[in-house]
Design a protein around this ligand. Structure first.
Ligand SMILES: NC(=O)c1ccc[n+]([C@@H]2O[C@H](COP(=O)([O-])OP(=O)(O)OC[C@H]3O[C@@H](n4cnc5c(N)ncnc54)[C@H](OP(=O)(O)O)[C@@H]3O)[C@@H](O)[C@H]2O)c1
Length: 242
């Protein structure tokens, strides 16, 4: 069984996507119990040592600053330790778990519905199959992980914000919120599929729906006037920490 150290948002999303029983711990909140009540398996409370004893593959889903604190109390010898910790390098992981195979993976929360994106640092190829069960996987040099993660890790939050703003506007113009939300979300998912099918050619897709002098052209111009590109550029810079 896979062992989940820290059954929080990210590791919980992974476990829900895999949909198989797991061993799980938390810091005392009871979230491990809630997770296994949902998908099966066993909560080991806060006993990470027991979790390492009983699992061959362990997902680290606690906060990055807890790396040493957790590693100091477990025996990782011969285990595969997969970290989803933000900003924690392979070198730091290997130092914390010198006798384990360590893998650095960064998934995003849509893994919970098997539509996630996971970037894995080179060297972690053995974990590709596991993460492909919950979405798309890209293996990249570790130096590119931070930027790739920024791009896909924030997507659920950014899309949620765009949906909220659009639904609010549709409500002001007379549509019911739940209907507006359903219509717009389907449109977002379909637009992403169309863009994928067109090889990511954003300009071609945009031109197709933008008639000269038409309403889409007016809407796009309004977005540009309000600095949409600058806003996204600033947002990505903030996420990457530049
Ligand atoms: N959220 C994302 O989209 C995302 C994406 C990629 C990577 N990550 C990474 O995932 C990690 C967790 O983030 P999150 O958003 O999932 O945070 P979170 O919801 O706070 O989850 C952290 C979990 O770790 C548990 N924990 C704390 N101390 C522990 C200990 N000593 N032993 C075992 N479990 C312990 C917490 O327990 P309690 O429930 O008791 O507090 C909590 O369940 C971070 O390193 C983050 O960088 C997050």
């Amino acid at each position: 069984m896979i062992g989940i150290v820290g059954a929080g948002n990210m590791a919980g999303a992974l476990a829900r996507g895999w949909g198989e029983p797991v061993l799980a711990t938390d810091g005392g909140s009871g979230r491990a119990r809630m997770l296994v009540d949902e998908i099966g398996g066993e909560s080991l409370g806060t006993d990470n040592a027991e979790l390492f004893r009983r699992s061959d593959t362990i997902i680290l889903g606690h906060k990055p600053y807890q790396l040493e604190q957790v590693a100091d109390h477990v025996d990782g010898a011969g285990k595969t330790v997969i970290s989803v910790l933000g900003a924690t390098t392979l070198q730091q992981l290997q130092e914390a778990y010198p006798d384990s195979t360590v893998i650095r993976a960064m998934p995003n929360t849509p893994v919970a519905v098997r539509q996630g994106v996971t970037v894995i640092a080179q060297g972690g190829e053995s974990a590709v199959e596991l993460f492909e069960r919950v979405g798309a996987v890209f293996v990249l040099p570790e130096s590119q992980l931070e930027v790739a993660t920024a791009a896909m890790g924030v997507t659920p939050a950014f899309v949620a914000l765009i949906v909220e703003a659009t639904v609010d506007a549709a409500v002001r113009s007379g549509l019911k919120a739940d209907l507006a939300s359903e219509i717009f979300l389907k449109a977002v998912a379909g637009s992403a599929e169309l863009l994928l099918a067109r090889g990511g050619d954003t300009l071609a897709v945009r031109r197709e729906v933008t008639s000269p002098g038409g309403s889409t052209a007016r809407g796009l111009a309004a977005l540009e006037r309000n600095g949409v590109r600058v806003a996204f550029d600033d947002a990505m810079s903030a996420v990457i920490g530049r």
